[in-house]
Design a binder for this molecule. Structure first.
Ligand SMILES: O=c1ccn([C@@H]2O[C@H](COP(=O)(O)OP(=O)(O)O[C@H]3O[C@H](CO)[C@@H](O)[C@H](O)[C@H]3O)[C@@H](O)[C@H]2O)c(=O)[nH]1
Length: 511
């Protein structure tokens, strides 16, 4: 990041507690938000369940702070020895409703009795909606934080309408494979005032995305898993309704610019949605013409739950500029399957190009590799458990990124101007992929990991005119998002949120 963090007043203006959902893709942006608040003079504490806290403190070298941000632990009751992968959703879903509220309530009341002041605001990840009633009970104003695209928020907020219009059952299962953003033309509908009329379909997304009901975010895993994810979403969105003040969104203003926005209806939501992204990793926010574009300085240390393998960077130093395929499926997706991994491995080998693959050490991922694969690709293919991803993306050797389209990865690729090969797996990744491929044209979809398809797509993105056009498009998007008016608008949203906290804390009234 190029921008220097802003100077901070000696005495914090107000204190804020931030509660992320306990997954890497949520903890990282919450830490960034906390750093941005700290850079504006607010005392920020990121409170995570003990099983996350242990890992990020270990990654931060035993320190209970990152920069000026304090790290605090919430008792979860989830058995964990702090080693290996953190517990998954099934293990902590119960803890979020039963154990963690008690611990957070104690934290908020203890802080009040120690300082004589209420915490000025609690920022709750919308997916950590369990924290909202706790804040209400403690009389602490609460604001939401959405770590993904605003478009995805619109889709989940539209669940009641999706049910009402018969697109999904009341368990969230698609009733037909209708397009989510059907243009409606086949139904003889007309555009009125630039917006298509809502008929038996719902226009929550721009038409050119062409998403189907089979790509809805809660359709994860088998039938039982889908049902429980949908129940989770229903509860989450019910609680989100009480977030009357605002929801901060880690996306950039004008996500859909360049598309046919006439097809996107205005959806009435109960709160202001403030786009404040991409949140910088060091708390600074530079919206000059140069903006946060600089490649020179490294991203600030943001500890993750796994130790990054720093040998990646020496290895990248030895590769030709723009020659490396970086491959990662993030932190939160279930294994894509043994056969799929096997074909992908053979396809990557067949490209004859250097590749760096962040592949989890779990057998469900690694067992898919062909026998003696490491030896077969030695010198050209490097496989690590966890890469220093931002450093990898900003490295001049990196030519393209094969990704699951997690939103943080998507933002990081925009920030560092890297073209994408998209292999969405679950959740919001299909929506992100549709934006990348159809709206921004900064990547192409890898429909299968069959060796021939991998070889063909890698060649097209790395050498062809198609790939060159994508590079131009991603450079253009990067400039639009990281500099000038869009960047300034994100900064203004963040500043007005902070001014609101400080002012209302002074007046001891919020809302
Ligand atoms: O080897 C690695 C792999 C990942 N990362 C980092 O981990 C984060 C991964 O985030 P993301 O790309 O969003 O993927 P997930 O961790 O899988 O994120 C979950 O949360 C996101 C935000 O809500 C959703 O968009 C995703 O679909 C969901 O899977 C990014 O900051 C990466 O830089 C590393 O540092 N090293």
């Amino acid at each position: 990041m190029g921008a220097e963090p802003e100077p901070v007043p000696v005495r914090p203006a107000a204190s804020v507690v931030l509660v992320p959902f306990p997954a890497q893709g949520h903890v990282s942006p919450m830490l960034r938000l906390a750093r941005a608040l700290a850079a504006r003079g607010v005392a920020a504490t990121v409170a995570t369940p003990d099983f996350v806290h242990r890992r990020i403190v270990a990654a931060a070298g035993g320190q209970t702070g990152v920069g000026r941000v304090e790290l605090a632990s919430i008792h979860s009751g989830v058995p964990d020895d702090g080693k290996g992968d953190p517990p998954g959703f099934a293990s902590f879903a119960h803890a979020m409703e039963r154990h963690m509220p008690v611990s957070l309530e104690e934290m908020l009341t203890t802080r009040r009795s120690l300082t004589g002041r209420n915490v000025a605001c609690l920022v709750a990840d919308v997916l950590a909606s369990w924290a909202i009633p706790v804040a209400d009970r403690c009389g602490v104003p609460v604001v939401g934080f959405w770590t993904a695209m605003l478009a995805t928020y619109r889709v989940v907020a539209a669940i009641p309408e999706l049910i009402e219009k018969g697109l999904i059952s009341d368990c969230g299962i698609p009733i037909s494979t209708k397009r989510l953003n059907n243009t409606g033309e086949e139904n003889g509908e007309e555009k009125v005032n630039g917006h298509r009329q809502i008929g038996d379909v719902l226009y929550v997304l721009p038409a050119e995305l062409d998403l189907s009901t089979a790509e809805l975010p809660w359709l994860v895993g088998d039938a039982a898993c889908r049902k429980s994810r949908f129940t989770f979403w229903l509860r989450t969105m019910e609680r989100a309704k009480s977030l009357r003040r605002s929801i901060l969104v880690n996306s950039f203003p004008d996500e859909a610019a360049g598309g046919d926005s006439g097809n996107t209806p205005s959806q009435v939501l109960p709160q202001a949605l403030l786009q404040v992204g991409p949140l910088p990793s060091n708390g600074g926010f530079d919206c000059s013409t140069k903006g946060d574009l600089l490649h020179g300085s490294p991203p600030a240390e943001n500890p993750s739950m796994w130790q990054a393998d720093e040998t990646c960077l020496e290895w990248l130093d030895q590769q030709r500029a723009g020659s490396v395929i970086y491959v990662s499926f993030g932190s939160w997706v279930p294994s894509i399957g043994r056969d799929v991994i096997n074909e992908l491995a053979i396809g990557l080998q067949a490209t004859g190009r250097p590749f760096l693959w962040a592949l989890k050490e779990e057998p469900s991922w690694r067992d898919g590799l062909p026998e003696q694969y490491a030896e077969a690709v030695a010198g050209r293919g490097k496989i690590v458990a966890w890469a220093p991803q931002e450093d990898v993306l900003r490295h001049k050797a990196t030519g393209c990124y094969m990704t699951h389209c997690g939103w943080n990865s998507t933002l990081e690729a925009i920030h560092y101007g890297v073209r994408l090969l998209c292999y969405p797996v679950s959740g919001d990744q299909f929506i992100n992929c549709a934006y990348i491929v159809k709206m921004w044209e900064t990547g192409m979809r890898l429909w299968s990991t069959k060796r021939g398809v991998v070889e063909d797509c890698v060649t097209r993105i790395m050498e062809g005119d198609e790939g060159r056009r994508m590079q131009e498009k991603v450079d253009e998007l990067r400039r639009r998002v990281m500099t000038g008016e869009v960047r300034c608008a994100a900064k203004r949203n963040l500043d007005s949120f902070v001014d609101g906290i400080i002012l209302r804390d002074k007046l001891r009234v919020f809302g």
